[in-house]
Design a protein around this ligand. Structure first.
Ligand SMILES: [Ca+2]
Length: 133
């Protein structure tokens, strides 16, 4: 029940472009290990910890963001999920460039260290252009 409420709250606040505020509002009140917060259906999600840990920053299905520092997410993502129907490219720099990682629709990376992209993502773009194989 608590997870469901958090997810709904995260979706609503992210839609307002203020996901950073949610981190403080939903901070753990106890020392207990929090449950994994699922990435909502059709959402694009960046998790601060490896293995989809922590409170994710989420965006709508077809969105892009050239500079994710506006929600406090810059250089923090350690795992990512793409539940959208688009290909999503995540870049180490603001407004694109290299290096980057590309997620197919409905796929994810649980540990960005495997791609030398841990705590480096600064922007992302979704499109219909397939990832290079
Ligand atoms: Ca991190």
């Amino acid at each position: 029940m608590r997870n469901r409420n958090l997810r709904v709250l995260a979706t609503g606040i992210a839609a307002l472009g203020a996901a950073g505020a949610l981190v403080a509002a939903a901070g753990p009140a106890t020392g207990a290990t929090p449950d994994v917060i699922a990435c909502g259906n059709t959402r694009i999600c960046l998790y601060p910890d490896i293995g989809y840990g922590g409170q994710p920053w989420t965006w709508p299905n077809d969105s892009s963001d050239g500079n994710i520092s506006d929600v406090g997410a810059n250089d923090k993502a350690s795992s990512i999920t793409n539940n959208s129907n688009y290909y999503v490219r995540f870049y180490a720099n603001s407004y694109g460039g290299e290096p980057h990682v590309c997620l197919h629709p409905h796929s994810s990376i649980s540990d960005l260290r495997s791609y030398s992209m841990n705590d480096k993502i600064s922007s992302f773009y979704s499109s219909n252009t397939a990832c290079a194989s």
